[in-house]
Design a protein around this ligand. Structure first.
Ligand SMILES: [Zn+2]
Ligand SMILES: [Zn+2]
Length: 148
């Protein structure tokens, strides 16, 4: 994570139907973008995720959780189908979909990962660090459980 200071106001988010609402007390003001094939299949294109401290979720009963791999699960609203978050199980870290939130201007891109799986029909114009899948996995392995 870069040293950017968290947003000063809590970030409020919700799914399309409003059954699930999410509040993040200290949202990190940058998105992480994943171009991997699984994220594309899940959401139709790249995944834009955000992280923060103090995550509060209301409407848990509406949420369906799918174990997408032995090390991760993906949550969505069972009523409207809005994707909600990706959770990396070794750390418990949640990456919340940026599009759920009402955000102030000035949000940056922290980095793009799995750029080697990106389809060629789009490019993201903003300058940001880019890692291939192999580089990203090597980094996760070197950090190990407990870090994030
Ligand atoms: Zn919903
Ligand atoms: Zn991905």
């Amino acid at each position: 994570m870069s040293d950017a200071a968290p947003l000063t106001e809590p970030a409020s988010g919700r799914c399309l139907c409003g059954a699930v609402t999410i509040t993040v007390a200290g949202m990190h003001p940058e998105v992480d973008i994943c171009h991997c094939a699984m994220c594309q299949r899940w959401g139709g294109a790249f995944f834009a995720g955000m992280k923060g401290e103090g995550i509060t979720v209301a409407g848990e009963e509406a949420i369906t959780v799918y174990a997408s791999s032995p090390w991760a699960e993906r949550a969505f609203c069972g009523t409207c189908g809005s994707n909600l978050w990706y959770r990396y199980l070794p750390t418990g870290h949640r990456s919340l979909l940026a599009g759920l939130f009402d955000l102030p201007p000035g949000i940056g891109i922290e980095r793009q990962i799995f750029v080697d799986e990106k389809p060629d029909w789009y490019d993201i114009a903003q300058e940001s660090p880019m890692l291939t899948g192999a580089e990203c996995i090597a980094e996760a392995m070197s950090q190990g459980p407990g870090s994030d």
